[in-house]
Design a protein around this ligand. Structure first.
Ligand code: G3I
Length: 337
C-alpha cells in the first residue's frame, strides 16, 4: 500500500484534516484514509450547529464524524466550544430578548460544555475550548464579545474548568489566528500567563495557520514557536492552508483583470512557502503535537468564499481531483522518515 502523509510523518506528528460529514464518502473518504490520521469537524461541533436552541441538539453530523474516526482508528480534535461566531443568540438572551446575567450565562455555558464534551468523552483527545478571544486591534487585549461583555474576562478560565470537569483526560487548547505576528503573539502569551495564574486547566496553544505565500516569514515563525513552546504547553498547527493572495486589505476585493488561475509562478511560490513552514515544523518536531490542514483538497476550501466570494484559491496539498499536487513531494521531504 502506498504511503500517505500520516506514514511519512509518523515519527513527527499526527497529520490531521478538517472534515464535514459529506466528506466521509467517495473519493474524499479514500483520500482521508490514505493520507491523514486525525480529524477536526470543520463546522458541525460549533455551538450554532450542534446546539441551535436551548433544549435542542443536532448530534447526527458530529456523531457521524466521531463514529467514522472510531471505525478507522483516527484521532479527533473537537472544535470549538466557546467562540464569538457561529453561536446562536439564544444563549445570551432571556425570553424577553434581554441579555441574561453572568450567572445564567455561566450556567448555560457549563450545560453546553457538559453536553458536548460529555457525549464524546474519551473519543475526542483534544478540544479547542476557546477560539479567537484576542482582539485584532493591537490596542485592545480581549475581543469585545457577548461572552466578555456578560461574564467578564474570566469567561475563558471558566470554559476551561467546565471542559476539564466534563472530560479530565482531554487536552484543552486555546486556538487563534494571526498569532505568529508579534503584536498578537505577545497578547496570546499574556493570555496564557493570565489563564495559568487563574488556575485554568489549559494544555495547549492552537496556531490556526491560515497563512499565505507571503506570510509569515521563517524568522517570525521560528520565534513564535520558540516562545509558545517555552510556555510548556502543547503546541499544534490547527488550521493550515496557504493562500495565494495577501491577507492585507487591498487584496480583499476582486479587481478588474485579477486572475485566479493556479499559474506556474503561483505554484512555485506556494511550494517555497510550504517548504519554509515545514522546515520550521521539523525543527520543532519534538514539541509540536499535531498539524491539521483546513480541508482535504483544493476542491473545497473556505478560501474560495473568503475574503472574496468566488475567487478560487488553491491552498492545500491535493488538487480539485483529490490528486497530490507538486507541493506534496516538497512537504514530505521534511518528515523524519
Ligand atoms: O450550511 C449552510 C448552508 O445550509 C447554507 O445554504 C449556506 C449559505 O450561506 O451556508 C452554509 O453554512 C456555511 C458553513 O460554512 C458551511 O459551509 C456558512 O454560511 C459559512 O459561514 C461557514 O463558514 C465557515 C466559517 O468557519 C464560519 O465562520 C467555514 O466553512 C469554516 O471553514 C470556517 O472555519 C474557521 C474556524 O472555525 C475558526 N478559524 C477560522 C476558520 C476560517 O474562517
Amino acid at each position: 500500500k502506498e504511503k500517505g502523509l500520516k506514514d511519512y510523518f509518523a515519527e513527527d506528528f499526527p497529520m490531521g484534516v478538517a472534515v464535514s460529514p459529506a466528506s466521509l464518502e467517495g473519493k474524499s473518504k479514500e483520500l482521508i484514509l490514505a493520507e491523514y490520521n486525525s480529524l477536526t469537524p470543520e463546522n458541525v461541533m460549533k455551538m450554532g450547529v450542534i446546539h441551535p436552541k436551548k433544549d435542542e441538539f443536532n448530534w447526527a453530523p458530529a456523531d457521524k464524524i466521531v463514529a467514522f474516526a472510531q471505525e478507522n482508528g483516527l484521532k479527533v480534535r473537537g472544535h470549538a466550544l466557546v467562540w464569538h461566531q457561529q453561536t446562536g443568540d439564544w444563549i445570551f438572551k432571556d425570553d424577553k430578548g434581554n441579555d441574561v446575567s453572568r450567572e445564567v450565562l455561566l450556567d448555560r455555558m457549563k450545560a453546553h460544555i457538559d453536553s458536548v464534551v460529555g457525549r464524546y468523552k474519551g473519543k475526542i483527545y483534544a478540544w479547542d475550548v476557546v477560539n479567537e478571544a484576542i482582539d485584532d486591534n493591537p490596542q485592545n487585549f480581549l475581543r469585545n464579545s457577548k461572552w466578555l461583555e456578560i461574564i467578564g474576562d474570566d469567561f475563558l478560565t471558566k470554559a476551561f474548568e467546565f471542559a476539564h470537569a466534563a472530560d479530565p483526560n482531554a487536552k484543552l487548547f486555546y486556538n487563534d489566528y494571526n498569532i505568529i505576528i508579534p503584536e498578537k503573539r505577545d497578547r496570546v502569551l499574556k493570555l496564557i500567563d493570565k489563564l495559568k495564574a487563574e488556575g485554568a486547566p489549559i494544555n495547549g496553544i492552537g496556531i490556526q495557520g491560515h497563512w499565505s505565500v507571503f506570510n509569515p516569514s521563517e524568522e517570525e515563525l521560528q520565534q513564535a514557536l520558540k516562545m509558545y513552546t517555552e510556555t510548556g504547553l502543547d503546541v499544534q498547527i490547527t488550521e493550515l492552508d496557504v493562500s495565494l493572495y495577501k491577507w492585507e486589505k487591498e487584496q480583499r476585493e476582486r479587481r478588474p483583470g485579477d486572475s485566479d488561475e493556479f499559474t506556474e509562478e503561483r505554484k512555485l511560490a506556494q511550494i517555497e512557502a510550504y517548504q519554509k513552514f515545514f522546515k520550521v515544523f521539523r525543527e520543532y518536531r519534538d514539541k509540536l503535537t499535531g498539524i491539521t490542514f483546513w480541508n482535504i483538497a483544493d476542491r473545497y476550501s473556505w478560501l474560495d468564499h473568503y475574503p472574496v466570494e468566488g475567487r478560487k484559491n488553491y491552498p492545500l496539498l491535493f488538487d480539485e481531483n483529490y490528486q497530490r499536487k507538486q507541493v506534496y513531494d516538497s512537504v514530505i521531504k521534511f518528515s523524519k522518515k
